[in-house]
Ligand binder design. Structure first.
Ligand SMILES: Nc1ncnc2c1ncn2[C@@H]1O[C@H](COP(=O)(O)OP(=O)(O)O)[C@@H](O)[C@H]1O
Ligand SMILES: [Mg+2]
Length: 408
């Protein structure tokens, strides 16, 4: 009998992950609030409910389970470990304890645990109002990051320099927090790295580290807009070892004993700091594309097997190869999409492994505040980081949609 897995999230970024689950021979149930969610096309069963609202998707999952018993639950391309944990416990399925999952989606609670566990993190403060933000700014910090305590995808996140607009930064963060909570952190300048790991019985295996690309940091200031990443990291082996040890320490402090964790790491003077550790798979075509292309490791499979309660062997999840693989997301100027070019020219660029765009004629593009503003993504390989990266940039340059600037 096929095992049946419930996947929260059927968005465009979930599609390849769903294909990977189907290739494992699983019966796949996709839950999404959007009736036209692309993931529904791959689903054996569908549940129409919002994955961000427990009152909506939990009863729907319980009802579904009565008719078609589920063996596991996970999420893809959405940040809902707390909802996954509650569905799992309600149905008697494996999952994270509620308190562990809850602190993975609350940056203040997460940081408190990191502090208790001695994890190296940027200095941080809860900021109840603009005055407290201004007070911190008067301290000895060249730059702060102001962010919602409980959001994701860099929504509501901005840099604030001394003399900057604290009122705007506070309001922007607050407007993007479901609970209206805002926090600030010391902005750490240095290479930023994404990590992705599988934790098995408290042992953390980190097959994947990617050098994140923030080439437009100045252009989009004060917003922090990532535009891809390069694997493997070019950081020295000693720093790589320190990052892996730090990720393990962070996962243990958070309380994750079995699960996948995705880290945001920043390195200053060779020392890594944890910005956050999500208790789920990555988005941004990282776990589904770049990591398998570069390392041969399928973390979607690891996540599904843990969700189904299967016993994993840590030895199986180390990297199997070390190919230079780059991801880039295309950002464009605001305007109205007048035409979209064919894909053939992009696919003909040497080294292109995958390319997708999600533009339609008539779409209105607004100014970028985070990576969600991207309109296309490419994955490339190369003999070196430099080659993979320049191929990715070339491929995206080849894709030139006609976007009419807004009338002023
Ligand atoms: N203290 C910091 N120092 C440097 N960069 C940071 C810091 N905090 C956040 N950032 C940048 O902003 C991005 C988004 O912030 P993050 O805390 O990860 O929020 P989100 O949950 O929205 O991803 C990070 O990936 C990182 O690039
Ligand atoms: Mg983050």
């Amino acid at each position: 009998m096929k095992k049946r897995i419930l996947v929260l999230g059927g968005s465009r970024q979930a599609v390849t992950g769903l294909e990977q689950l189907k290739a494992l021979g699983l019966d796949v149930v996709v839950c999404d609030f959007d009736p036209s969610a692309p993931g529904f096309r791959l689903a054996d069963h569908t549940i129409l409910a919002s994955v961000y609202h427990i009152d909506d998707c939990l009863p729907a999952a319980v009802e579904f389970h009565k008719r078609h018993p589920l063996d596991g639950v996970m999420c893809l391309a959405c940040d809902v470990p707390h909802i996954v944990a509650r569905i799992a416990s309600s149905l008697g399925l494996p999952g994270l304890p509620h308190d562990v999952a809850d602190r993975a989606v609350n940056k203040m609670e997460m940081k408190q645990k990191f502090e208790e566990g001695g994890v190296s993190i940027p200095r941080y403060w809860a900021t109840a109002d603009v005055a407290s933000l201004e007070n911190i700014l008067s301290g000895d910090f060249p730059d702060l990051v102001v962010k919602p305590v409980d959001s994701r995808g860099s929504k509501g996140v901005s840099r604030l320099s001394r003399g900057g607009n604290a009122v705007w930064a506070f309001d922007y963060a607050q407007a993007n927090s479901p609970t209206g909570q805002v926090m600030a952190e010391e902005y750490i300048t240095g290479p930023q790295v994404s990590s992705e790991s599988v934790v098995i019985d408290g042992q953390t295996v980190t097959p994947a580290l990617s050098d994140r690309s923030y080439q437009f940091l100045e252009k989009y200031y004060p917003f922090i807009v990532e535009d891809g990443g390069d694997m493997p990291t070019c950081l020295p082996p000693e720093t790589v070892a320190n990052i892996k040890a730090l990720v393990h320490q962070a996962a243990a402090s958070l309380g994750v004993k079995n699960g996948v964790v995705k880290g945001d790491i920043v390195v200053r003077d060779g020392k890594p700091y944890v910005i956050e550790l999500a208790a789920r798979l990555s988005g941004g075509y990282y776990c589904t594309h770049q990591i398998p292309f570069s390392t041969g490791v399928k973390l979607v499979e690891a996540c599904a097997k843990l969700a189904l309660g299967e016993k994993l062997n840590p030895d199986d999840w180390h990297q199997k190869k070390n190919t230079h693989a780059s991801t880039r997301w295309k950002l464009v100027e605001p305007g109205l999409v007048a035409s979209v070019p064919p894909l053939e020219d992009v696919m003909a660029v040497p080294g292109v492994l995958a390319f997708e765009h999600w533009l339609k004629v008539g779409d209105v593009i607004t100014a970028a505040q985070n990576a969600a503003a991207s309109v296309a993504m490419v994955q490339t390989e190369g003999a070196s980081q430099q080659e993979a990266r320049s191929r990715a940039i070339k491929a995206l340059d080849t894709f030139q949609p006609d976007i009419q600037p807004p009338l002023t």
